[in-house]
Design a protein around this ligand. Structure first.
Ligand code: URP
Ligand code: ZN
Ligand code: ZN
Ligand code: ZN
Length: 472
């Protein structure tokens, strides 16, 4: 068995940052050693981490690789998307297998396995999007939890006619989840009301990308979060995880449910921490289509309101437990063009799987978050929240040797010219961040070192997940 010693670095965990050497045997961490004491072991490879942080590989629990959506398909395949993730220090993704209305859940899942198997550079798990809640899909939930390693299901209060579930369907799925232990993930936006605003905007000739945001007001995110929390309460305090929280009204309702001791959890994504409706979705001003690059749902919020500041606060207080990316890339030069002249036809989504660790680390540099909380929100909690801990999300004896060696003194400049995602633009083009991923190990194998790829398609394995370990 190959032995690797990572020495000289500072191990960052949820509880501290301590100079520690890490011994890896095969695919597994086998010992944490006092600095320098690893010298007595005969090892095959020594990795010098002097001056660097050593942290558990990032866990991104919200990606959409090659998902059919918005009349096209997300541009990253499992091969390109997982490779890009690894370059950015993420070593596990949980992607959404999609059951479209009318499809058999088990068949949809098998199709998703077929897309991913043999193609992933890092380990991967699946949630399932239920596009149709009925007797069959409810039954399928039980067997997926029991036999397939899938313990979380996403429902949509948005996108009528596509993924939308009505309140009755949501309640039934929640009741089922209360019984089988699964977590319900919710896209919380009032899609029916949004559709009215969209039609009114288009009828008034307001077709620019910025109207994508203006027709999805924060109040309708707050309303939907509130309704989801109430439905989960009625269903027996179902574990509820609100995805891509973007606004203060949504966060307020999550915080108040949590203060009452409810099983309510939430994530945000880097775009909501840094980008705004005016400067990005409204880029170029009236008549410009530039903002299409930034069309995602929930949408970017106004810089004149305290959304981003509140989201950083939520990350500190744990009302927001996780940062994921909602990685759903669409190229500007072809795919996003579908929405020219009609913002409602812009394929929704941003490509960010490569930049999450760096963007949240910048929050540490800026004083918005502690170093420990960076590791917690980007690696440890997502692993615990979705039943993968302690195999993932920690550097400890027995855990998978998914490790990032991170140089806080170096910098990263983001550009479509240099990123590894299959995407012709970047939402953070030209932005320079403090900190840089130096080396990435996936189950003991070096996949990235100083910008050089040594990973392999098919190295990544399917992770069978257990129930959430984050519940009270
Ligand atoms: O704009 C987004 N978020 N696209 C992906 C689908 C979703 O709603 O998560
Ligand atoms: Zn969503
Ligand atoms: Zn999503
Ligand atoms: Zn393209």
């Amino acid at each position: 068995m190959t032995r690797t010693l990572v020495s000289g670095g500072t191990l960052v965990s949820t509880t501290g940052a301590t100079p520690t050497d890490v011994l890896i045997e095969g695919e597994t961490v086998t010992a944490l050693l006092a600095p320098g004491t690893g010298e007595e072991f005969s090892v095959d490879t020594r990795i010098d981490a002097t001056g660097c942080y050593v942290l558990p590989g990032g866990v991104d629990v919200h990606t959409h690789m090659q998902m059919p959506f918005g009349g096209t398909e997300a541009s990253d395949t499992f091969a390109t998307g997982t490779r890009a993730a690894a370059f950015g220090g993420t070593t596990t993704i949980v992607d959404f297998a999609v059951q479209r209305t009318g499809e058999v859940v088990e068949e949809s899942l098998a199709a998703w396995h077929a897309k991913a198997e043999g193609n992933c550079a890092i380990d991967y798990g699946f949630h399932v999007i239920l596009g149709g809640v009925d007797e069959d899909s409810l039954k399928a939930m039980d067997s997926l939890v029991a036999h397939e390693g899938i313990s979380s299901f996403k429902l949509f209060m948005a996108y009528p006619g596509v993924f939308h579930s009505d309140d009755g369907q949501i309640l039934r799925a929640m009741q089922r989840a209360t019984d089988n232990g699964a977590t319900i993930m919710m896209h919380a936006e009032n899609g029916t009301a949004i559709d009215v605003l969209v039609q009114q905007a288009l009828a008034a000739g307001n077709t620019d990308p910025v109207f994508h945001g203006l027709t999805r007001p924060a109040a309708l995110e707050g309303e939907a979060v509130n309704r989801a929390i109430a439905l989960a309460e009625v269903a027996g305090d179902t574990p509820l995880y609100v995805v891509h929280v973007s606004s203060s009204p949504a966060l307020d309702r999550i915080a108040s449910a949590r203060s009452e001791g409810r099983n309510v959890f939430a994530e945000t994504c880097p775009q909501y921490l840094y980008l705004t409706l005016e400067d990005h979705l409204g880029a170029g001003g009236p008549g410009s289509f530039e903002g299409a690059k930034y069309a995602c749902s929930t949408p970017l919020r106004s810089k004149h309101e305290p959304h981003a500041r509140d989201l950083w606060k939520g990350l500190r207080t744990d009302d927001l437990a996780v940062v994921s990316t909602d990685h759903c890339p669409f190229c500007f030069n072809d795919q996003k063009q579908l929405g020219r002249g009609d913002f409602s036809r812009i394929p929704n989504g941003l490509g960010l799987v490569e930049h999450r660790m760096d963007l949240v680390h910048q929050g540490v540099v800026d004083g918005n978050l502690s170093l420990q909380r960076w590791v917690e929100t980007c690696s440890t909690t997502p692993a615990r929240m979705f039943g993968m801990y302690p195999r993932k999300g920690t550097v400890a004896p027995g855990s998978d040797a998914d490790i990032v060696i991170y140089d806080p003194a170096a910098t990263t400049t983001i550009s479509a010219q240099t990123h590894h995602m299959n995407l012709d633009h970047s939402a953070f083009e030209g932005v320079t961040l403090q900190g840089r991923v130096r080396t990435v190990l996936s189950r003991g194998r070096t996949v990235v070192d100083r910008g050089t790829w040594s990973g392999r398609e098919g190295h990544g394995r399917y992770v069978r997940r257990g129930l959430s370990q984050y519940l009270r």
